[in-house]
Design a protein around this ligand. Sequence first.
Ligand SMILES: [Zn+2]
Length: 64
Amino acid sequence: MGGVPTKHHSKSKVGRRRSQLALRKVNVVVCPTCKGPTLPHRICPNCGTYVKSGAKPKAAPSAK
Ligand SMILES: [Zn+2]
C-alpha cells in the first residue's frame, strides 16, 4: 500500500524536486602508470599517481 498524500503538490513543485534526480555520467580516464580506471584531477586509487593536466607522465617507478 502506498502512502496517502496529505497535501497537493503542484506540477511545478514536483518538477523542481525531480530536477535534482538525474544522475550524471562520470568521466573516467586511464591511469598512465597502471592503465587502470581513475577520475580526472584525482590521484589514482590503485597506484597513487597524480598527473597534472598537460604534463607528460614520466617513466613509472617500478612499484612492486
Ligand atoms: Zn594508477
